[in-house]
Design a protein around this ligand. Structure first.
Ligand code: ADE
Ligand code: ZN
Length: 327
């Protein structure tokens, strides 16, 4: 009881949230109606009932379809604002938000509408909620590196509105090496670098994200435990993992939360964090992830609660003097 209250109340950072994954069914329906987009589901309930995933790809198919209702700068702003208000309620004081521009530009939505809309919400969040937020542009790894380069080119006029780049979408068969050149270019540009790796893909993809992409943080990374030498390296170099427990269960990375390896990761000395990934699809926002994980794993107590919150600030890309306010 007391632990549950600590988990809810403690200030925390969220480092792995796809803004398109915060789009709730109600907002999907409202935007579809406003924009005249046809949805293959008759109701909010029917859409929600379709959220029964068997793996990452079965989720991505529905997630990209849902994002298809977003058309104007206002739509992107409304989506991000809803998330920020929700994050504030969970005592999130800093958040680094992923967005997938290719999902939108491929439908003819201008890059300006995507980035300016999200940035508008970020600015408003800072002013009205006192919430610190940054944007991270993700390349879709099922598309070509050439497409990623083109996306980077389109985004560079808005360089001051995002702090870094990431790599997401279907992991299997789309290894980090496919994006080594575009990440090299982003590195030259001074962008911060992260990549999804070791969610469904093997531990080798985590190594390759570090060595070939120079990723500073690994999103998910839970399969690192299959490679003991990699575990030692992650701990020694303090490479953070942005772990998403409810997501991992919904996408069958683990059969149930009680079997999740978060406790092991912490015991191994890895800088692990808890995050929501796609909260509208996976059954909960950040505090729901903390509460469910601590309820399922008896090895997690008050010490680990503090450690996870501390890790979230250590692993964030804020300036050191800002970080000092929190840890
Ligand atoms: N895009 C949104 N959520 C994702 C996840 N968990 N893995 C890969 N790509 C994603
Ligand atoms: Zn993710």
């Amino acid at each position: 009881q007391e632990l549950a209250s600590i988990l809810r109340r403690m200030p925390k950072a969220e480092l792995h949230i796809h803004i398109e994954g915060s789009l709730e069914p109600e907002l999907i329906f409202a935007l579809a109606q406003k924009n005249g987009v046809d949805l293959p589901y008759p109701s909010v309930e029917a859409l929600r009932a379709a959220y029964a995933f068997t793996d990452l790809q079965s989720f991505l198919d529905i997630y990209y379809a849902g994002a298809g209702v977003l058309q104007t700068e206002e739509d992107f702003s409304a989506m991000a604002w809803s998330y920020l208000v929700r994050a504030k309620a969970d005592n999130v004081v800093h958040t680094e938000i992923f967005f997938d521009p290719q999902t939108h530009t491929a439908r003819g939505v201008p890059m300006a509408a995507v980035i300016n809309g999200l940035d508008r919400a970020v600015q408003r969040g800072r002013e009205e909620l006192g919430l610190s937020a940054s944007l991270i542009l993700c390349f879709l790894r099922h598309l070509s590196e050439e497409d990623a380069f083109e996306t980077l080119e389109q985004a560079l006029p808005f360089r001051d509105k995002f702090i870094g780049v990431g790599l997401d979408s279907g992991e299997r068969g789309n290894p980090p090496e496919k994006f080594a050149a575009v990440f090299g270019r982003c590195r030259e540009l001074g962008l911060r670098l992260v990549a999804h790796a070791g969610e469904e893909g093997p531990a080798q993809y985590i190594r390759d994200a570090l060595d070939l992409l120079h990723a500073e943080r690994i999103d998910h990374g839970v399969r690192c435990l299959e490679d003991p030498e990699l575990v030692t390296r992650l701990a020694a170099e303090r490479v953070a993992l942005t772990v998403c427990p409810l997501s991992n269960v919904k996408l069958a990375v683990f059969p149930e939360l009680a079997r999740h390896n978060l406790g092991r990761l912490l015991t191994e000395g890895i800088v692990a964090t808890i995050n929501s990934d796609d909260p509208a699809y996976f059954g909960g926002y950040l505090n729901d992830n903390y509460a469910a994980t601590f309820a399922a794993l008896p090895e997690l107590g008050a010490r680990e609660a503090y450690l996870l919150a501390r890790n979230s600030f250590e692993a964030s890309f804020v300036a050191d003097d800002t970080r000092k306010k929190w840890i």
